[in-house]
Design a protein around this ligand. Structure first.
Ligand SMILES: Nc1ncnc2c1ncn2[C@@H]1O[C@H](COP(=O)(O)OS(=O)(=O)O)[C@@H](OP(=O)(O)O)[C@H]1O
Length: 846
């Protein structure tokens, strides 16, 4: 090699180095600049503006004196038009206060001895307050209740409020403006969650806001004030208790503004004298769904891992117990570029800074595995990876890859989680549905505690601030008073799902949560804390005992997103759910009806259940815990070549209280078939049924003794009497079915079904709108030996077994008289109910 060629090469290398140096310097500058931009530049919504300071007002109303009364923890929502309460009800449901909504203003309906007490009163609009106060006796009774228990009231401007309303001591003026205002929250006596702010902050607001002015001489607190076009207005006002009026908190704008959401919580607390309160401490957990899963260029490197650790340490100071909870799929380690592979090794080295849970080895959906064996094997491979790398596992917790398998439930996932990992807790955003987020709930299934999970709008593809869906402002809005802020404010517990990609790129997760925590702590006195997941789950289900139960199963066919996460082989199953259910009551001829329908070409009955035979008793018994798939597997496939109505019958449904909401949730449009036999004959038949099963009280006491049982008698006798007679109060039970299923309730005349089933079955085909009509005289015939009509098979009658159509003596006259007297008024109620709902009368009722 000549000297000149060496020099040329040296120059080339030097110029390459120079270029590299310049490039690196530019990138460093860019990174520093962008990092600064992202983490230090304030956004428009949280920015404090320097407007002309407004005189700070001092507290005028007394500080809260906590009540020692044992009032029921209900919020009373009052409105003439129920829909005006929709937004407030949604808010109350989100924070999980119990509530009673009243829209009929007869004092007896509110204050009779059954009516539960309440601890806070909300008028859902100014108009409602105005109009309800004209129901004088009701309003007086309400005020006397409020004064007796020192309960204040809250009045909220609604978007339907379009004129001025008179509220005692207050004048309201309506403005149509929309725009940006400078806000100020004064230090008033009702603040608990909300922090007072001497500085002003900018906020955009919607159409329809009221300015509230209080009469001179009436003590009050201006809780919020805002300037619009340099004019000061009062947004929320607290009128202290007056001689004749309870204290009143008036919201000049609805509940959409986040400031008003905070203040509404505080107002409920204040007006209920502390009876309705939510803890100031909230639980948080941030899961990282899929470490190691992602295309090269989208993954995390060493510096990203360092940033995660740095933020963990910083957040630990504000959030005791904070750690990211990280899911891993071992197969994908070292599948990135060189920098990212270094990041993979580095996070394993720094494993103790995180809490880990196992995904699937290759991050496949659990629903791809139809059987337990292959799914469990896949999970085991991932566990081996975790054990080999000595990852500190978060005991008993896991999340399902791709959100699939937790809800709708994929049973093998539950099984393998328990077997391979000992999982006891998981979380999902799908129960009962992804939207609305405010209605997400937890549940228990197969020994697992399933917690609700929240979204923070960071998905695998959300990597860069500027490319945030709908622009960075939409992220900022969510953080500063929008969706993310509301979740932190309103939910007692938030498990958020993030992804590895949100820690690479612009590290959007660190940015989003950093800003969200900052804003929450600036605006509120709330404090966040993270618990180990087992403690979190125990706490959640203790605080929400109603959710510590089997989920209320919903139909995946009615939710596109749910249907997508049902295993391929089961996707069609929900098409087989029944079109009608014969709900009973017991001993009215329901089995005969079912049997006759089985002989019709276009009615398809459910299969027998392994335990309860021809009755599935899914909605009314422990079978409900077996899960939806158990129920679905008890129905035949719906034929594609002809129209068919699928049905099941369970006579226990008629009187069972959990059944109606469960059927309604799964099959909102289903038809409900009830067979009504003369109730005295039904009671007599039921009594002999018990006797045949050697139920001691039925063996011991005659039917007359059962009818005559009175207070103080043998408890077994009274129990038998109640179970014998109560189902015959048809009107009481039927009213509940009609209220839930309205015109979809079909009545079958039980006496006619027994005496003239050909006519009864023809009526039924008409009422249920059968896909094809058959003449039942060709399908059934009277069987002399049985003494009943029976279906014909190959020209011969095939009757029901000995337990249906028993032989027993006719009812003694004395009993008939007593039972007729008992049911006479109840049958009158039934007549009224059927008439009101345009349902036909059974012959025995006429
Ligand atoms: N065709 C036919 N065959 C047999 N039995 C008939 C028929 N039609 C109506 N019934 C009456 O049905 C009564 C049994 O009612 P259920 O089937 O609803 O009883 S159960 O609740 O399912 O146990 C049964 O009550 P008992 O006579 O007391 O056994 C019958 O009165």
């Amino acid at each position: 090699m000549t000297m000149s060629s060496i020099l040329r090469k040296f120059r080339r290398v030097a110029s390459l180095r120079r270029t590299l140096f310049i490039l690196i310097s530019i990138s460093v500058l860019l990174v520093v600049h962008f990092h600064y931009k992202l983490f230090n530049e304030s956004n428009s919504l949280s920015q404090y503006k320097s407007v002309q300071p407004y005189a700070q007002l001092s507290r005028q109303c007394p500080s809260i004196i906590k009540s020692s009364e044992k009032l029921k923890r209900n919020v009373l929502l009052l409105s003439i038009d129920r829909s005006r309460c929709d937004k407030i009800r949604n808010f109350i449901e989100t924070v999980k206060y119990e509530f009673i909504q009243v829209s009929k203003f007869d004092e007896n309906s509110l204050f009779d001895h059954d009516f539960p007490q309440f601890a806070s009163v909300i008028f859902c609009s100014f108009q409602d307050h105005n109009e309800i106060s004209t129901y004088q006796s009701f309003y007086a009774a309400l005020q006397s209740y409020q004064s007796k228990h020192s309960i204040g009231k809250i009045i909220i401007a609604n978007q339907t409020d379009e004129r001025l309303y008179s509220i005692p001591h207050v004048t309201t003026s309506y403005t149509e403006e929309i725009g940006e205002a400078s806000f100020l929250i004064h230090d008033s006596s009702l603040l608990r969650i909300t922090k007072a702010h001497k500085e002003h902050f900018a906020l955009s607001f919607h159409k329809g806001n009221f300015q509230i002015d209080v009469e001179d001489g009436v003590s009050h607190e201006k809780v919020t004030q805002l300037t619009i076009s340099d004019q000061w207005r009062t947004g929320v006002v607290h009128v202290c208790q007056q001689k004749t009026e309870p204290e009143t908190i008036i919201f000049g704008m609805g509940t959409e503004l986040f400031v008003n959401q905070m203040l509404l919580l505080d107002s409920i607390y204040y007006t209920s004298k502390g009876i309705l309160q939510k803890p100031l401490e909230k639980n948080i957990q941030i899961d990282i769904d899929d470490i190691f899963v992602g295309d090269p260029g989208t993954r995390i490197g060493v510096s990203d891992v360092d940033a995660m650790i740095e933020f963990t340490d910083k957040w630990k100071e504000q959030i005791p117990g904070f750690n990211f909870v990280v899911g891993f799929s071992g197969k994908f380690i070292n599948r990135g570029n060189e920098t990212e592979d270094a990041g993979d090794s580095y996070i394993l080295e720094k494993k103790d800074h995180f809490r880990w849970f196992g995904h699937m080895f290759s991050h496949m959906k659990a629903i791809m595995f139809e059987d337990d064996e292959s799914l469990c094997k896949y999970m085991s491979d991932n566990k081996k990876f975790g054990v080999k790398n000595q990852l500190p596992f978060e005991t008993g917790y896991a999340v399902a890859p791709h959100h699939a398998g937790v809800y709708p439930v994929h049973e093998p996932l539950y099984h393998c989680w328990r077997e391979v990992w000992g999982v006891k807790i998981t979380s999902t955003e799908e129960y009962p549905h992804l939207y609305p987020a405010t209605k997400r709930r937890g549940f228990l299934h197969q020994g697992l505690q399933v917690l609700p999970r929240q979204t923070c709008r960071l998905f695998t593809h959300t990597q860069f601030y500027k490319k945030f869906p709908n622009g960075p402002n939409s992220l900022e809005a969510s953080i500063h008073g929008g969706e993310l802020f509301s979740q932190l404010l309103l939910n007692e517990m938030n498990i958020f799902m993030t992804h590895m990609q949100n820690y690479g790129g612009d590290r959007l997760s660190l940015y989003t949560f950093g800003k969200a925590f900052e804003f929450l702590y600036k605006m509120t006195n709330l404090r966040l804390v993270q618990l180990p997941t087992q403690q979190l789950a125990d706490k959640y289900f203790k605080n929400n005992p109603k959710e510590a139960d089997t989920p209320t199963w919903t139909n995946p066919c009615n939710d596109k997103r749910h249907l997508e996460i049902v295993p391929e082989s089961r996707k069609d199953k929900c098409q087989n759910l029944p079109d009608f259910v014969i709900v009973g009551p017991q001993k009215t001829g329901t089995t005969a009806l079912m049997n006759f329908l089985k002989h019709h070409p276009t009615f398809l009955s459910s299969y027998d259940s392994p335990t309860t035979y021809e009755e599935l008793q899914f909605f009314s018994s422990q079978n409900y815990k077996n899960g939806l798939n158990w129920y679905l597997d008890l129905f035949p496939d719906r034929p594609s070549d002809r129209k068919t109505l699928i049905f099941e019958k369970s006579a226990t449904y008629f009187t069972s209280s959990p059944t109606i909401p469960r059927i309604k949730a799964l099959l909102p449009k289903i038809k409900i078939v009830s067979v009504l036999m003369e109730p005295g004959a039904r009671a007599y038949s039921w009594y002999f049924h018990q006797k045949a099963h050697n139920i001691p009280a039925a063996v011991k006491y005659s039917f007359m003794e059962v009818l005559n049982g009175k207070e103080g008698d043998d408890s077994q006798l009274l129990d038998l009497q109640n179970r014998c007679l109560a189902p015959g109060n048809y009107a009481k039970h039927l009213a509940k079915w009609i209220s839930a299923f309205e015109s979809n309730v079909v009545i079958v005349d039980g006496d006619k079904l027994k005496a003239d089933p050909i006519a009864a079955m023809n009526d039924f085909q008409h009422d249920i709108i059968a896909p094809s009509f058959v003449d039942y005289s060709k399908l059934i015939s009277f069987d002399e030996q049985k003494g009943f009509f029976c279906p014909l098979e190959n020209g011969k009658t095939r009757c029901l077994g000995i337990s249906k159509g028993r032989k027993y003596p006719d009812m003694p006259e004395e009993c008939r008289k007593t039972i007729d007297e008992f049911y006479a008024p109840l049958n009158e109620n039934l007549k009224d109910l059927l008439l009101k709902n345009e349902l036909s009368f059974p012959t025995w009722l006429k």
